[in-house]
Design a protein. Sequence first.
Length: 82
Amino acid sequence: MNATIFRYLISLVVQEGLNLHLMDVVTAYLYDSLENDIYMKLLEGFNFPNKANSKEDYSIKLNKSLYELKQSGHMWYKHLSE
């Protein structure tokens, strides 16, 4: 949504005396818990302390959901439904 439309909607809400609820969906995806263990490969540029082994031998476990995960939308909807 661009800034002009947002300002118009805010002015319409104030003029009509309506209630407005805003929600940041992108940020909500980042803070939701995960039901299953999800592991991902190390990203490029990740500073790996042990130079003897290659990065392909390691992965990281996610503690929270990421925006691009397939499970993120489902987990977020489930959280809202509860």
